[in-house]
Write a protein that binds this ligand. Structure first.
Ligand SMILES: Cc1cc2nc3c(=O)[nH]c(=O)nc-3n(C[C@H](O)[C@H](O)[C@H](O)COP(=O)(O)O)c2cc1C
Length: 195
């Protein structure tokens, strides 16, 4: 149940905390759907790392398929599904790169092997075999030996600024609840949809 007079970010925060408290596996994993310049969709799971400045932040390689899709078409759709709670949250919006400073700050918190991996992996590109990747990891380990690993310029975060957020709660008899927040110039327009 959602009180539609309350800001949707407050509901999201509460529901995510509830999912984590109830030990929903990978509660911060979400699907991210993108559409390329030809209108071809694709979807993959990423981790939500932060909700800040009015948007939902995730990280990855700017040269990856999702990176190229977002460059061509910033409209994306996020989806969380927490089966134990029978909750689904769908967020439609526009993705924008976060600042280099924000990406640097988050990159610095990552495990060293993940930092090396961000240099070694050309995410989404065809590779000859696993050895190719292992060789690149070894090369970058050597290059950055004894140093702080800097953030690669092709790696960073996106913030998805929502235009619509839908909170879905499963109920018996397929009579589920759907609470929608739609962004308008005057603020959030709120309503319910038929299940
Ligand atoms: C649970 C889970 C979490 C993931 N988290 C991320 C992530 O935060 N960032 C990321 O780039 N890829 C993440 N991945 C890998 C992506 O699903 C995907 O394979 C990768 O981003 C390449 O996608 P693309 O080729 O469509 O750009 C995750 C995969 C799983 C299963």
């Amino acid at each position: 149940m959602i009180d539609l007079s309350i800001d949707p970010f407050q509901h999201f925060d509460r529901l995510l905390k509830e999912a984590i408290a109830k030990q929903v596996p990978e509660a911060n994993a979400m699907s991210v759907a993108t559409v390329d310049e030809k209108g071809v969709p694709s979807v993959r799971i990423v981790y939500l790392k932060e909700v800040s400045k009015g948007g939902f932040v995730f990280y990855g390689n700017y040269m990856s398929r999702k990176g190229k899709d977002i460059e061509a078409n910033p409209f994306v759709c996020l989806n969380f599904h927490w089966p134990v709670l029978w909750h689904q949250i769908r967020i439609t919006g526009k993705a924008e790169k976060i600042s280099a400073e924000e990406s640097d700050a988050y990159f610095a918190t990552r495990a060293r092997l993940s930092q090396i991996g961000a240099w070694a992996s050309h995410q989404s590109e065809v590779i000859p075999d696993r050895d190719w990747l292992a060789r690149r990891v070894a090369e970058y380990e050597k290059q950055f030996d004894g140093q702080v690993v800097p953030r690669p310029p092709h790696w960073g975060g996106w913030r998805v600024i929502p235009t619509e957020i839908e909170f879905w709660f499963g109920l018996s008899g397929r009579l589920h609840e759907r609470f929608i927040y739609q962004k308008t110039d005057a603020g959030w327009k709120t309503f319910q949809r038929s299940p």
